[in-house]
Design a protein around this ligand. Structure first.
Ligand code: CTP
Length: 424
């Protein structure tokens, strides 16, 4: 339908980006599930048609009234959301107008059509993402491969289209790593050298907004970090980022040395254990481990720059104080009740962060607290006390606290001994 609507208006329509890549990669497999489709409209001759993508989206919405339409920017793109059946999920279709400068006398120039889709593709990140498939007649189904993307797909290479790609958009460094690990591709050597050059030329400063490009850049860096750190392949991706020294985009002093690598993996095992239902944002917690590895004075700024949520920023800001307090006090505490009382002031995330960063003696006490001691309950609760004839009031809480303390320290081991303890 989209092709027909474009053809009616004398436009070309192309499938571009990730969908073409994934379709070509999956050639030998039975089925590809596309959740996100990018289309580009091209081939118009009047400057009024610069909103062609939006017009096409509106026409499609008339044909499929159930779809949701969003228009972004003044002319450029529109997105349509189809809710497909529950098994297949939903489908986003982005429709853009080929990005090109408008030519003053385009109709006279037959090369314009080809050159505007070419220009649009030239703005993209990697050759494998710069392929297009024509959807309109004549020559529907034809693959447009201006930059050798097909060969790179076959030889499994991530290659940029030009030397400035990473300078223009440093988040592409993270995208290169993401695609390389996800697709099991290699970053082509020249491309790797462009990455190293971009990093050496001070990308952190750029991300800090000193060149007036943030915060959009920071938001994109955060979203790339999220993609990577929440993916099943986050470990090899993190290693590859470190190998390319790309963690410097987060902070120039950040390096994945042996200790941090150990911490981040141990932290992950703790998260699996304590939050199997994934109620916490695991990707964000992994990022917190990285930020916590920085010197305390840098943590807050980095967390703020990446626009982490308030609780996360506060945790990182207060980490130094909490950690010093725990290092100072915890080794001296011997009674379980004292340890429980003391550690109760910290939440799970803070405790795991501190556990993985510190000595075995600290780690073991936190571990026992989290796995066993924090779950121990007194043998009587408030309702039991009421049933025994005690009236709720100030003393009530004291009794309950005393009961818990005695239970934790092994002085009470049954309901009977709890009742005897309360009577006493
Ligand atoms: N793109 C780019 N530079 C970026 C982000 C995106 O050039 N920093 C281009 C890429 O060519 C990409 C297209 O925009 O193919 C769409 O971006 P996105 O949806 O993020 O990428 P996909 O390739 O569709 O990847 P995925 O399969 O992960 O959705």
């Amino acid at each position: 339908k989209a092709s027909q609507e474009a053809e009616k208006r004398g436009w070309h329509l192309y499938l571009v980006g990730g969908a073409v890549r994934d379709l070509l990669l999956a050639e030998n497999q039975k089925q590809v599930l596309l959740e996100d489709i990018d289309l580009v409209v091209d081939g118009f001759h009047k400057s009024a048609d610069v909103g062609a993508g939006v017009e096409l989206a509106k026409a499609l919405q008339k044909i499929y009234p159930g779809v949701r339409l969003e228009v972004h920017g003044q002319f450029q793109t529109a997105a349509l959301l189809w809710h497909k059946d529950p098994d297949l999920g939903s489908l986003w279709v982005d429709i853009a107008t080929a990005r090109t400068e408008f030519y003053p006398y385009p109709a006279a120039n037959p090369e314009v059509e080809a050159s505007s889709i070419r220009q649009d593709l030239y703005r993209r990140d990697f050759t494998i993402n710069a392929l297009a498939m024509r959807l309109t007649k004549p020559r529907a189904g034809e693959l447009l491969d201006f930059f050798g993307g097909l060969l790179d797909l076959q030889s499994r290479q991530i290659r940029v289209l030009h030397a400035n790609s990473f300078i223009e958009d440093p988040t592409r460094i993270y995208r290169a790593v993401r695609f390389a690990v996800r697709l099991n591709f290699e970053i082509e050597p020249q491309t790797e050298s462009y990455i190293r050059y971009a990093i050496a030329s001070g990308i952190y400063e750029q991300i800090q907004g000193r060149n007036g490009r943030a915060p959009a850049l920071e938001t994109r860096l955060k979203s790339e970090l999220k993609y990577i750190l929440q993916a099943p392949y986050w470990k090899p991706a993190l290693q590859l980022l470190a190998h390319l020294e790309a963690l410097r985009c987060i902070h120039p002093t950040l390096e994945l040395d042996e200790k941090l690598w150990w911490e981040v993996r141990l932290f992950d095992r703790c998260l699996q254990k304590f939050d199997p239902q994934k109620t916490l944002e695991h990707w964000q917690m992994r990022l917190e481990v990285l930020i916590a590895y920085l010197a305390p004075e840098f943590r807050s700024k980095v967390a703020n720059n990446l626009q982490l949520p308030v609780d996360s920023i506060e945790r990182l800001e207060n980490l130094d104080k909490a950690e010093n307090n725990i290092i100072e006090s915890l080794p001296k505490l011997q009674l379980k009740s004292e340890i429980v009382q003391f550690l109760r002031q910290y939440n799970l995330q803070t405790l795991i962060l501190i556990a993985v960063r510190n000595s075995r003696i600290i780690r073991q006490k936190i571990w026992r607290y989290l796995t066993e001691w924090s779950h121990i309950k007194a043998h009587l609760n408030g309702n039991d006390l009421k049933a025994l004839g005690y009236k709720p009031g100030k003393q009530f809480k004291e009794i309950l606290d005393a009961l818990l303390t005695a239970t934790l320290d092994g002085k009470i081991d049954s309901r009977e001994s709890a009742e005897a303890f309360v009577a006493e």
